[in-house]
Design a protein around this ligand. Structure first.
Ligand SMILES: N[C@@H](CCC(=O)N[C@@H](CS)C(=O)NCC(=O)O)C(=O)O
Length: 203
């Protein structure tokens, strides 16, 4: 298997953390998806990372599909519960964390466009989604040790990847540090795990 990804990408980080937690060997290839014509297009028409290429050449995307695949190929450290309600609860956390990230990425992409083409209203709308997303992630975590039930799951991984990227890029100047004490504690706790410590986003 080969993972096409970027060391700055939070969705790639989610897959890298899952690979590490489940002790699955996988080649990693850095892919620059900034140019319209990029090497990922040949495997994934959306030209996005992460894209996982299986040994038979099948390409899997996006990160949610990839992590589901990885969780099911190995019984080690199950990250997605089997019970329907529990699984949906974990995937809801993932949807919220990924959704906040989606908005944060749009804010960042907008800031990289030529100044005169940028829309403050558009960036403001996306910043609002990110802010509300962070507030809900904090409210739902409350004072619990883990996002779902009393154990480490994909929900914690998705939350950690969201927090790590927002901390790294601070899109639109948004930061959760100094505002959401429980998110700070949770991220620090996740960073004690080698899977997180070894995958901190870098440019
Ligand atoms: N929903 C996708 C999002 C993937 C995504 O947007 N990746 C970014 C990098 S962080 C990307 O490839 N952007 C390139 C583009 O949008 O053209 C997933 O979970 O994999």
């Amino acid at each position: 298997m080969k993972l096409l990804g970027s060391l700055a990408s939070p969705y790639t980080r989610k897959v890298r953390v899952v690979l590490a937690e489940k002790k699955i060997e996988c080649e990693f290839e850095k892919a620059d998806v900034n140019p319209s014509d990029n090497p990922v297009n040949a495997h994934n028409p959306l030209g996005k990372v992460p894209t996982l290429i299986l040994d038979d050449g099948t390409a899997l995307f996006d990160s949610r599909v990839i992590v589901e695949f990885l969780d099911s190929v190995s019984p080690i450290a199950r990250l997605i519960p089997e019970d329907n309600r529990e699984r949906v609860a974990v995937r809801r956390w993932e949807a919220l964390a990924d959704g906040a990230l989606d908005a944060g990425l749009l804010v960042r992409y907008e800031s990289l466009r030529p100044k005169k083409e940028q829309s403050e209203a558009w960036a403001g709308k996306q910043t609002g989604k990110l802010e509300r997303g962070l507030a809900m992630l904090s409210a739902e975590l409350g004072d619990r040790s883990w996002c779902h039930a009393d154990r480490y799951t994909l929900a914690d991984i998705a939350l950690g990847c969201c927090l790590g990227w927002v901390d790294f890029r601070k899109p639109g100047g948004v930061s959760w540090r100094g505002r959401f004490g429980n998110l700070e504690r949770h991220y620090d706790r996740l960073m004690e795990r080698p899977s997180f410590a070894d995958s901190v986003p870098v440019a």
